[in-house]
Design a protein around this ligand. Structure first.
Ligand SMILES: [Zn+2]
Length: 232
């Protein structure tokens, strides 16, 4: 059996229908109920995507507003230069869990490597998830971090596997930017449905928080590969 491929009989998470993926196939539409599922090493999970509402120019506009805002150094929008812009549907594990009897909470965990770990703070706009469409595959990054890794990570936050009621894979529409400011290069991500900006390191308003942010990001960046290897 090839690596990363689920073993044994596979059933649709929605209707229970038996699935017969081709060798190596990981994105599947159930032939009985048309649910879209993703085949992780450990199980079959629902597969969603979020549709973008912003085009490339509008995403750039969101980034410019963030640069002109309070968290970054003054006039960053004017003093910086965008050197790269790309778009991809980026995979995130979506874990919903119960706390006590009535409360429910959820967490996102990156399903592929990224230096912008801030993306874990991503919020889902209400009611906008759609069944993953295979036409998006060319623009989608495949998951490289196993679901198991996100479950272990959640366990470390004190959430046991019994508390989890839903696991799924969500492909988010993300615009990836690289820009330069005073000779240094920075990364930022604009979420294409809400225009929300995510960045670990950026030229901040005052010197001290910037250094601290950079320091924390450096730690996160070093720890990140460890995170991933826990799952193997
Ligand atoms: Zn089905």
């Amino acid at each position: 059996m090839n690596d990363g491929f689920p073993t044994g009989d596979l059933y649709c998470t929605q209707c229970g229908g038996e699935l017969h993926p081709d060798e190596g196939q990981i994105f599947i539409t159930c032939p009985y109920c048309t649910s879209t599922v993703y085949l992780d090493k450990s199980r079959v999970v629902f597969h969603w995507y979020l549709a973008p509402t912003l085009n490339g120019d509008e995403a750039r506009g969101s980034l410019a507003r963030w640069m002109a805002g309070n968290s970054t150094v003054k006039d960053l929008d004017k003093k910086s230069q965008i050197i790269e812009q790309s778009f991809a549907y980026f995979p995130m594990w979506y874990l919903k869990y119960r706390i006590g009897d009535s409360k429910e909470d959820s967490w996102f965990y990156p399903a592929a490597a990224t230096s912008v770990t801030e993306i874990s703070r991503i919020k889902l706009p209400a009611g906008d998830l759609r069944k993953y469409d295979h036409a998006l595959e060319a623009q989608s990054q495949s998951p490289t971090v196993p679901l198991e890794t996100s479950l272990k990570w959640l366990a470390q936050q004190g959430i046991s596997e019994e508390q989890i009621n839903e696991r799924s894979l969500v492909h988010f529409p993300l615009y990836f930017f690289k820009y330069s400011y005073q000779g240094d290069h920075y990364s930022a991500i604009v979420e294409g449905a809400t225009g929300e900006v995510y960045a670990n390191i950026y030229p901040a308003k005052s010197e001290a928080p910037y250094r601290l942010a950079g320091f924390l990001a450096a730690i996160t960046f070093c720890v990140w590969p460890l995170f991933q290897s826990w799952g193997e």
